[in-house]
Design a binder for this molecule. Structure first.
Ligand code: SF4
Ligand code: SF4
Length: 166
């Protein structure tokens, strides 16, 4: 009796396996295959423009986590502030993007990258060299910036892939 039930279970299991064997795959083979993420993604890093930043510290005052540390000094020759230190502790950051929305000079962006896992706690602290837009190494996200979003690749949606194959 027990053997019969056991055999029936295997048969049912195999039926499900065979049924799915001929279906189109709905997953990507990461990391060989990478899907385009949302153009408005709020990645776990910030991108900061040294050229546009005036050191007003609005972003730091807006951050609910106190994750932004900014130090400025007055430049009396050019009548502006020099940003001595601009640092974000992404370990505290909750990717709310309030700082990005609050920046009056369009100098701060959410990041578009998503493969930023770190092994050490201190490595999640980003300084201005790590975040600098002008270095060309960081891609800002289109979040809050439709003109940037328009330049990014369209998000890959698995559901569309399935529809296309039918
Ligand atoms: S995204 Fe939110 S939590 Fe992160 S630094 Fe900006 S304001 Fe702070
Ligand atoms: S709010 Fe913008 S301009 Fe002001 S310090 Fe922050 S990044 Fe710089």
């Amino acid at each position: 009796m027990k053997f019969e039930r056991y055999g029936l279970g295997i048969a049912k299991g195999l039926t499900v396996t065979i049924k799915h064997l001929f279906r189109h795959p709905t997953v990507a083979q990461y990391p060989e295959q990478r899907l385009n993420i949302s153009r408005r993604s709020r990645g776990n890093e910030l991108v900061w423009s040294q050229e546009k930043c005036t050191g007003c510290a609005t972003c730091a005052k807006t951050c609910p986590q106190g994750a932004i540390d900014i130090v400025t000094s007055p430049n009396l020759v050019d009548n502006k502030y020099e940003v001595e230190k601009y640092q974000v502790d992404t370990g505290y950051c909750i990717q709310c993007a309030l700082c990005v929305e609050a920046c009056p000079f369009e100098a701060l962006f959410m990041g578009y990258a998503y493969e930023r896992a770190k092994y050490r706690r201190h490595e999640v602290v980003q300084n201005k060299e790590d975040m600098m837009l002008e270095s060309g190494e960081k891609q800002p996200s289109g979040y809050f910036y439709p003109e940037i979003a328009a330049e990014l690749p369209r998000q890959t949606l698995l559901v569309e892939r399935i529809t296309e194959k039918k």
